[in-house]
Design a protein around this ligand. Structure first.
Ligand code: CTP
Ligand code: CA
Length: 232
């Protein structure tokens, strides 16, 4: 698959993509974050645009620029991302949750810097669970909307990785789950990627690897086939 793609199989479709990593504030100068660069999500948004879709990108702290022709909604925290994606979902044909969403946020956000003198040698933080945005979208979505999640797993064993992916696909209620192995040296801030796409029952549909752009197009091929089936 070359870099130029003439198929406009997403023409007239509205596609919402979340990308990047959320940040949960602790005090005015500190946050809890994660290592997502936003590269894979931005590549999905760019590929969808190139295939003719009108694209809204809900962006949390991207480390890469957003290509022209894509509407961007900037967010920071998981709760902000939830509001933005939920709003963008109405009227959308496809929602792709590529963002790394913080599972927990500090129970309390201080108005002033946390000071060492007041803490001593250790500091414990109380965290509370963030809502599962993707599972919420699965429950609230209109019929026909194609919902795609991502799953980042550190499991090394191939069979166990697939088991985790299958369980997550079923738990989330997505049409497609893009399973991604991550680690200290893979998945983040890299130019290439290797994923397994699972269907709603957790079965493997396809594997895609290569540049994040070609992985994006591999995912969108399946998305497009689901849309075609729906409109018949
Ligand atoms: N996700 C979400 N809201 C959250 C956490 C995750 O919408 N609070 C979405 C992510 O955007 C991704 C998918 O759920 O599309 C899976 O994220 P992942 O972190 O792999 O799964 P979790 O359900 O959070 O499970 P865990 O981190 O415990 O493996
Ligand atoms: Ca998580």
């Amino acid at each position: 698959r070359g870099p130029t793609r003439i198929t406009q199989d997403l023409a007239g479709r509205r596609v919402v993509v979340s990308a990047g990593g959320t940040r949960e504030p602790l005090d005015p100068v500190r946050f809890l974050g994660n290592r997502s660069s936003g590269r894979q999500g931005v590549a999905v948004a760019e590929a969808a645009r190139a295939r003719g879709a009108s694209v809204v990108l809900v962006a949390a702290h991207l480390e890469v620029p957003v290509p022209a022709g894509i509407e961007v909604v900037q967010v920071s925290t998981a709760l902000e991302l939830q509001v933005a994606v939920t709003a963008a979902m109405s009227g959308a044909d496809v929602v792709i949750m590529a963002a790394a969403v913080a599972d927990y946020r500090p129970a309390e956000v201080r108005n002033e810097k946390i000071k060492k003198e007041e803490q001593g040698d250790t500091l414990s933080l109380e965290l509370v669970r963030n809502p599962d945005i993707l599972a919420g979208l699965a429950e609230a979505r209109a019929p026909g909307l194609v919902l795609v999640g991502f799953a980042a797993e550190t499991e090394r064993d191939d069979a166990r990785l697939l088991d985790l992916g299958r369980a997550k696909a079923l738990r989330k209620g997505t049409d497609l789950l893009v399973l991604n192995r991550v680690g200290w040296n893979e998945g983040f801030a890299t130019e290439s990627n290797e994923v397994i796409v699972l269907d709603a029952t957790g079965d493997k549909v396809v594997e895609a690897s290569g540049s994040k752009s070609s992985v994006a197009n591999g995912i969108l091929d399946i998305v497009a086939s689901l849309l075609v089936r729906d409109s018949r």
